[in-house]
Design a protein around this ligand. Sequence first.
Ligand code: UDP
Ligand code: MG
Length: 326
Amino acid sequence: MNQQTLTNVHISLVVPIYNEVESLPHLIEAIAQIMLPQNLNYEIICIDDGSTDGSTELLKKIAQSRHDLKAIILRRNYGQTAAMAAGFQHSQGQIIISLDADLQNDPADIPLLLAKIDEGYDLVSGWRKNRQDNTLTRLIPSKIANWLIGQVTEVKLHDYGCSLKAYRSEVLADLNLYGELHRFIPALAFIEGAKIAEIPINHHARRFGQSKYGLGRTFRVLMDLLTIWFMKKFLTRPMHVFGSAGLFLIVGGFVLGTYLSFLKLFLGQSIGDRPLLLLVVILILTGVQLFSFGLLGELLMRTYHESQGRPIYRVREFVTGNVKND
Ligand code: UDP
Ligand code: MG
């Protein structure tokens, strides 16, 4: 795809919104100003994530007067990940771009992301090289989290938390997002074999409103990281892990048990007070349990994979206008 072919490609911009009433009009304008001159075929999908500051009403009003904006109003506040998932699910584009509503991401970077996708990448992630956030509560925890995520997921990015990203839609189609998993999309996509790039982008301090997160998010992200680690390692092969460990313990218990039986039956020794007997019992019991856990894991894993496609949110309504913009 070059600029020539990009004009035929449909681009969806996904924006989660939670109490961003002041930023909203500026944001839509800024996006349109970047997209319109390039003659690109685009739609903006704004997901109102249960706002209580009037963003919902404003968004509905704007959506009714624009042909390039589709508003999705969620029933309540589900969190950024679910809001983004709703946007992804309802976007039509072959290329999807996610960005924050608070004007911290700069729509002027969108062409850079598109150019990188054009080079053949499946996912291009923004890197907030000059991040404008609080040092103590945001920058330092994020540095540690980024390092840890890099170690665990083996996807080497500088900045996992940046919302400004571009994806080929087929990459997102395979992913199910829970918890705070939106920041692990590169890792999840990498597990699915996506080609990933990272480019430095602008980052501005928040002009309006407040950040929706504090230090607490770091811990939630760490918990999600554990989930990812587990999924990456065991998800598709629980029996290999639990089954072989179980079998190993059972065999150990069996060998030691045979030895004890030999002592008892052929040499007439008393084995009732030997700690080894206790070990045999523990080995066989835990071995059988681990083995059955592996079997159950296999069943659950099949259910997990075969029941995909269940949305994690409920949409209250869709709003889109038929009015021409120009
Ligand atoms: N957001 C959301 N639901 C939430 C929290 C946040 O849709 O429950 C949106 C928010 O409106 C913003 C984006 O997610 O567009 C990022 O949030 P924020 O700017 O507070 O995060 P930060 O940039 O401080 O990491
Ligand atoms: Mg922000």
